[in-house]
Structures are given as structure tokens and as C-alpha cells.
Ligand binder design. Structure first.
Ligand code: SME
Length: 159
């Protein structure tokens, strides 16, 4: 049933397919944790060159680790701290080519070099952030950002 094999060749086509697959996965399912878990798995299976894909949830004004794929990560992140915390505090996408040059970067995995964090917002409220890490410098392009913003819009209705 969930036998997705999305080709990673053309980034825009890949994200269109990802959006379609994600919409299908979350359709009719009200449990946000389950939906984030499937989204993390889908991204992990599909995106080339990543070493972490997952979510931090906004729990009472603090980011708390949610469903993910990759190595174990730090559990709690304060708003304003690290790439995720800055995304949470500003509600703005953070696309960082080299996290070692990011002032408050939190190193969960020393292999991570670039990072893309997309806030998931509904009715002006932060629900969670989507976090992608890569060992490659400047792995995430404007096309990845646009694609992940679309995925975050889908998830905003499913968390
Ligand atoms: N590097 C992140 C912390 C989360 S991990 O990458 C999974 C940050 O600076 O917010």
C-alpha cells in the first residue's frame, strides 16, 4: 500500500511526487505524531545526501524532539537557540550552507554540515519544525526550500 519509490533525479518533480505521497499518507489520519513519523520516513527514503530527517514539536514554547530518522538527537531546544530554535522564534525558514558558521548551531551529529529547517505553522501558531541535515556543504537549494515549504503546508493541516 505504501510502496513509494520516488525518483530523485529532477528536484521539482521529486517534490511534486513527495507532496502527493505525503497528502496520501496523512489523508484521514488525525494523529499528528503518526503523520510526522510517516513524513520523516518518506523524506528519509527519498532525499539523497541527508543524514537526519525529522521534527521538533512546539511543546509549551520549547522545541521537543519528535519523530525522525537518523542518529539520536538532542531532545529539547529553546526558541532562539540553534538553527531549529531560530526557525521557531522567527517563523522563518533557515537554510544554512555550513552550520559550523551558524553562531548558535547545536551539533547533534558532527557529520552534519548543511541544514534546512522549515516552520510548520497553523493560524499563526508554530506547531513544529521540519529539520533536514546533510553531511554535504550547501546540500539544500532554493528548490529544496520551496519543496519543503509545500510539505510543511500539507503537514500544518495534519498535526
Ligand atoms: N542542528 C540543529 C539541532 C537539531 S539536529 O540537527 C537533529 C540545530 O542547530 O538546531
Amino acid at each position: 500500500m505504501y510502496d513509494f519509490k520516488i525518483e530523485a533525479g529532477d528536484t521539482e518533480v521529486m517534490y511534486r511526487d513527495l507532496a502527493s505521497a505525503l497528502s496520501g499518507l496523512v489523508a484521514g489520519e488525525p494523529d499528528g505524531i503518526a503523520n510526522m513519523a510517516n513524513a520523516a520516513a518518506l523524506l528519509w527514503e527519498t532525499l539523497p545526501g541527508i543524514n537526519w530527517a525529522g521534527f521538533y514539536r512546539n511543546v509549551g514554547g520549547e522545541l521537543v524532539l519528535g519523530p525522525f530518522q537518523g542518529r539520536p538527537a538532542c531532545i529539547r531546544i529553546k526558541f532562539g537557540e540553534g538553527v531549529c530554535g531560530v526557525a521557531a522564534a522567527t517563523l522563518k525558514v533557515q537554510r544554512v550552507d555550513d552550520v559550523h558558521a551558524f553562531p548558535s548551531h547545536i551539533a547533534c551529529d558532527s557529520a552534519s554540515t548543511s541544514e534546512l529547517v522549515v516552520p510548520i505553522v497553523r493560524d499563526g501558531q508554530l506547531l513544529a519544525v521540519l529539520d533536514l541535515d546533510s553531511p554535504d556543504h550547501a546540500r539544500f537549494t532554493a528548490a529544496d526550500e520551496a519543496g519543503c515549504v509545500r510539505l510543511a503546508e500539507i503537514l500544518a493541516k495534519a498535526l
